[in-house]
Design a binder for this molecule. Structure first.
Ligand code: SF4
Ligand code: SF4
Length: 631
């Protein structure tokens, strides 16, 4: 990773798309980067953090400031301020993070944009979409943000472009005095590629703000933005990221062209080569505003056009409009004609079949057919030794049957699955507490909200204030495992170090809850199941808002730290003489380290993290620590 900071101009390196973004930002001389982690873009922050740590370990001061912000809106507001002060700022977020930051992103331009040059430092806003929703709650297509907000958009299709476009975006931002929206997709963020480095830039470090550019004349501000977008259109028209790629091959009798953006450019290029047909591909990387002249010229030269893009018909709709405007003869094939799906992540197969159909040639990637491969059935669950499992287990033992559960975004949402099934709804950061209030108001049943430590700081405090203020009879369980664990153990306001590896002030969730007026606030270690059951029982019986901070370090972090300190991790096994095969450990407690073979229950010593909690849940004491058998 060091090469991201030390690599020289012209060198080639094999980087992850997210790492390439960091190099691009450093080549642009970025001053400030701030973000809240979230797959598929967390590594951008992880790299900044690792570089800061490495420099500080050597006694050097990083040239940039990096922050894990409490949420995406906070990170964007800081970056906007840096940009208004003349510094270069990078603000990446995942697609759903934009929903949190949208208030600022959609408002600040008209509020701070009275004169031509109010926005001085380049602000590059990255939104990482997740087609397929592998690590998100939806498949949001954020390209439309660029149209709603009237900001230029760049879409990299490979790792080289991830770096180059990031660096270039700062220049464009400062040339036209608008933020640049770099829209990426999971497949490019998380793929590796060979790329050539450029020269590292020199940060400005200190900004200044002169005058007060605020205006309440929103119409004038909006008109000013539209004027800047006209300039962006000129840049798009001559951008190197909008280009026509020609393919020699067999003539098909009709003139067929292909249009693609983002990762679909790579898919289309590969499939066209496989098809072996003569055609042209309009590869679009500067996609808002589209290069209208280039596009219309392209449309006019073909009998048929195929539009290849993941998710919504963003390009297709605009191409249909442009074709209509020039009365083009070209028929346009895409999502509207049913050739391509609107849902799901594209693969080569998704693109191969419709392209082969339109070109009238054989599909080069027929569906793979082969023998069924037996794969062991595995359900989604928390890691072996995860304290969240213990929280769920303890609550499940004592909770009234009619209780309603609201869950939030983090590893703990897996408590909604078998065997715990303790989530009636979960969808966005911080929603659990409002949901619990709503469920209680609607049904009068006991309502329990599950929320993580990072999520609590992200968006949980205002709903808690609302719950206390309205005296809702709910229980809020904050599952505090000491980090933003699901996205890679990043720091948050409850940790004692910040992203620049400096001492930070750790904020205690229990203090916040008390400060917000909750009258029942207790901290419990969920790994002590009996104690946890008692606390949860009293919390649920409490009238009004009760808050339990269920606090135990993420088992992965705990084990890693113990190994680092050279401490022994205990191992456990099932005493077959005592075990009566009740399967509580598998069916009710559900630690994935347990398994059944030939009617007997075993612990997989590779998976077991040695937490020892299962000893307390086995009713006959059949789980023993290795080495303690004779003790
Ligand atoms: S809970 Fe104990 S007795 Fe029951 S199956 Fe597991 S190890 Fe055996
Ligand atoms: S000690 Fe028991 S509960 Fe903990 S990880 Fe091992 S098998 Fe699972």
């Amino acid at each position: 990773m060091e090469e991201i900071l030390t690599g020289k101009e012209g060198e080639r390196h094999f980087l992850l798309g997210n790492e390439a973004i960091v190099r691009g930002a450093l080549e642009a001389g970025v001053d400030i980067a701030a973000l809240y982690p979230g797959t598929p873009m967390s590594e951008i922050g992880d790299v900044f953090h690792a570089l800061a740590r490495s420099l500080r370990d050597k006694g050097e001061e990083p040239s940039f400031y990096f922050e894990w912000s409490a949420n995406e809106k906070v990170s964007l507001d800081e970056c906007i301020a840096a940009s208004l002060s003349g510094l270069r700022a990078l603000c990446p977020m995942k697609a759903q993070g934009f929903n949190v930051a949208s208030d600022s992103f959609l408002d600040y331009l008209t509020a701070c944009n009275l004169v031509e040059t109010d926005i001085k430092g380049g602000l590059v806003f990255i939104c990482a979409d997740d087609p397929g929703g592998t690590s998100s709650v939806n498949e949001q297509d954020d390209r439309y943000i660029s149209i709603i907000a009237d900001v230029p958009m760049l879409e990299p299709s490979n790792c080289q472009e991830m770096k180059d476009m990031t660096a270039k975006a700062f220049d464009i931002a400062e040339e036209i005095h608008l933020p640049i929206f770099l829209r990426t997709v999971n497949t490019v963020n998380l793929s590796r590629g060979d790329l050539v480095f450029g020269k590292l830039g020199v940060p400005r470090r200190k900004g200044e703000i002169k005058g007060v550019p605020l205006s309440f004349d929103r119409t004038r501000c909006h008109a000013n933005i539209l004027k800047k977008m006209e300039k962006a259109k000129e840049l798009s028209e001559k951008s190197e990221y909008n280009r026509v790629i020609k393919f020699d091959g067999a003539k098909t009798g009709k003139k067929i062209g292909v249009v693609a953006s983002s990762i679909s450019i790579s898919y289309a290029e590969e499939i066209i080569r496989e098809l072996g047909v003569e055609t042209e591909l309009l590869a679009l990387g500067f996609t808002n505003p589209l290069p209208e002249k280039l596009c219309k010229d392209f449309i006019g030269r073909f009998d048929e056009l195929v539009i290849v893009e993941e998710l919504s018909p963003f390009l297709e709709t605009q191409f249909l409009k442009m074709a209509h405007e020039i009365s083009a003869r070209a028929r346009i094939w895409g999502k509207e004609t049913g050739h391509f799906p609107r849902a799901g992540q594209y693969r080569l197969e998704t693109v191969a079949e419709p392209l082969a159909r339109v070109f009238g040639v054989d599909n080069p990637i027929p569906r793979l057919e082969g023998p069924e491969i037996a794969v062991a059935a595995r359900s989604l669950t928390n890691c072996p030794g995860c304290p969240h499992r213990n929280t769920y287990y303890a609550i499940k033992q004592i909770v009234p049957e009619d209780a309603i559960f609201a869950n939030d975004q983090g590893c703990y949402l897996l408590g909604g699955l078998e065997p715990y099934k303790m989530s009636h709804a979960q969808y966005s950061m911080g929603a659990s507490i409002g949901l619990a209030c709503g469920f209680h108001q609607a049904t009068d049943k006991p309502a329990i909200a599950y929320i993580g430590d990072s999520t609590f700081f992200h968006n949980g405090m205002s709903p808690l204030a609302n719950a206390v203020h309205h005296n809702y009879d709910i229980t809020v369980v904050v599952m505090d495992n000491g980090a933003t664990a699901m996205s890679g153990f990043q720091m948050h306001p409850g940790t004692d170090r910040d992203a620049m590896c400096r001492e930070a002030i750790p904020i205690k969730i229990e203090d916040v809850a008390r400060g917000l007026g909750a009258t029942f606030v207790e901290v419990v270690n969920p790994n002590n199941i009996e104690e946890a059951k008692d606390v949860f029982k009293r919390a649920i019986a409490h009238s009004g808002v009760s808050v339990v901070v269920s606090k135990a370090l993420c088992r992965l972090m705990d084990t890693r730290e113990k190994r680092r300190q050279g401490l022994e991790i205990p191992a456990y096994k099932v005493d077959q003489e005592k075990c009566d095969q009740c399967k509580i450990c598998i069916d009710v407690y559900a630690c994935p380290a347990f398994y059944e073979a030939a009617g007997k229950i075993y612990i997989d010593d590779i998976q077991c993290t040695g937490c020892g909690v299962c000893q307390g849940i086995c009713p006959v004491g059949a789980i023993i620590e290795l080495g303690a058998e004779n003790g």
